[in-house]
Write a protein that binds this ligand. Structure first.
Ligand code: PLP
Length: 451
């Protein structure tokens, strides 16, 4: 590893004033302080170089340092530094048009700053929509166990991962959780498609037991990501969409991770033919992490309910920085690059030719299942394939730490669901070079074989 920078006095110490996200206090533990980045790699303040196998927090899709994106932000800041979206500005107008066309047309977009906010916005929209369309009792929002939808209280209430929530409960009233399409450990057994369809059936049962007149919406990631990369059969997604339609339950598709090419389609739901969600939420890959931006795209027929003349029916929701001009300009440039450089096709091809080599790890007794779609990959680790007992925490930590020592950052669904935090997560930048991916695959293989 190359030494690049002088060691500042924070390295190796508890940081004096910074409270890092998810930070656990370990006296004397070495903290990573990043200094610079280039492509899919970054260098820490001690000069160690790492391949970022999780794209930051699943967001740095085009990697560090794309000059065109930086120029787009600078030019926009010079031209119009800030403007609120209580009125509008050109980059937001253009971006909303672009998002609608990427979704097939007919969507109106509300901008915010993050994935959590995009989901909060969606929850408020669905509740108000039903109130204004003669269904004032429809307020409940269903999500699936293992899903992550954000950290603010509403989004956390939709997040059905017990360990993330327990310190902050009770959550917001009206959020319900249902069994996920997790065929590897499904109580239903049988083929994946069959067990997933039974999981979908539980959603219909829940709507009936709760009373359809009380259920407003269902939120789902097409592929549960942070909760352990759970990839259902496409028939499951189609069936859930049908059930939602049948009961006038709005379908919110959380594309915060899966949007903008990560899974080999522009949006994850597009893998399931015929599915057209009522609301689609986005963040992360929308700007490739260059600036914060969240978006809630809503079908026009829903939006129409918020603009009837002479009624007090407007959406009473505002965010000072939501849809910041520079962030919208960055998103437009990011999407232009994704299109011009055929990033979605690239993800498909390299997902198949490179990342999929990790499926060979199924020969290893500790690998229970390899789940992959495009550049989203999970390795479910077990003590042995037959018992499927989750690999113990210390071994999981050892794998992550050994990869780091070899210069590769990987993720895991650590400490989210009781007893099942045994999935290694790989979500490298979509612009990773073939050499980057070779290094990633070789490192993961060698570390898993050594543990
Ligand atoms: N939805 C999903 C699927 C996510 O993975 C995340 C974050 O990881 C969020 C929402 C929340 O996004 P943010 O951290 O930008 O608030």
């Amino acid at each position: 590893m190359k030494k690049e920078a002088e060691m500042p006095d924070v390295v190796g110490k508890e940081l004096p004033h910074l409270w890092n996200a998810m930070h656990r206090y370990h006296p004397g533990a070495q903290q990573m302080v990043a200094a610079s980045g280039e492509g899919s790699w970054f260098t820490d303040e001690s000069g160690n170089r790492y391949l970022d196998g999780v794209s930051g927090l699943w967001c740095l899709n085009l990697g560090h340092g794309r000059q065109e994106i930086i120029d787009a932000a600078t030019a926009q800041m010079k031209k119009l530094t800030y403007f609120p979206l209580t009125m509008s500005h050109n980059p937001a107008v253009k971006l909303a048009n672009k998002i609608s066309s990427l979704l097939g047309g007919g969507y109106q977009t509300f901008f915010s700053n993050s994935g959590s906010e995009a989901n909060e916005t969606a929850f408020k929209i669905v509740r108000q929509y039903h109130k204004q369309t003669g269904n004032p009792d429809k307020f409940k929002i269903i999500s699936r166990y293992r899903a992550y939808h954000g950290s603010t209280l509403g989004a956390l209430s939709a997040t059905a991962q017990a360990n993330r929530r327990v310190k902050y409960d009770p959550g917001v009233p009206g959020f319900l959780h249902v069994y996920p399409p997790y065929h590897y450990r499904s109580i239903f057994g049988g083929e994946p498609e069959e067990s997933d369809l039974k999981a979908a059936q539980l959603i219909e049962e829940m709507i009936n037991w709760e009373g359809e007149e009380t259920v407003a919406a269902l939120i789902m990631e097409p592929f549960i990501s942070g909760g352990g990369v759970i990839i259902p059969s496409m028939q499951y997604i189609q069936r859930v969409a049908e059930i939602c339609k049948k009961y006038n339950v709005l379908l919110i598709m959380d594309e915060v991770v899966s949007g903008y090419g990560r899974t080999g389609k522009m949006f994850g739901f597009m893998h399931a033919e015929g599915v057209q969600p009522d609301i689609i939420t986005m963040a992360k890959g929308l700007t490739s992490g260059y600036l914060p931006l969240g978006a809630t795209a809503v079908k026009s027929n829903i939006y129409d309910v918020f603009k009837e003349e002479g009624k007090d029916n407007h959406f009473r929701h505002v965010s000072t920085y939501g849809g910041h001009p520079a962030a919208c300009a960055v998103a437009l440039k990011n999407i232009e690059i994704i299109e011009n450089e055929n990033i979605v096709e690239r993800v498909n091809e390299l997902g198949k030719s490179k990342l999929s080599q990790l499926h060979q790890l199924m020969e290893h007794e500790n690998v229970g299942e390899v789940r992959q779609i495009g550049f989203l990959l999970g390795l479910e680790m077990v003590t042995d394939q037959k018992s499927k007992v989750p690999l113990e925490d210390s071994k999981m930590a050892e794998i992550v730490s050994k990869c780091k020592k070899k210069g590769l950052i990987i993720g895991r669904n650590g400490d989210t669901v009781p007893g099942q935090n045994n999935v290694i997560i790989i979500a490298s930048p979509l612009s990773s070079t073939e050499e980057d991916l070779d290094f990633l695959v070789e490192t993961v293989e060698s570390v898993i074989c050594s543990v």
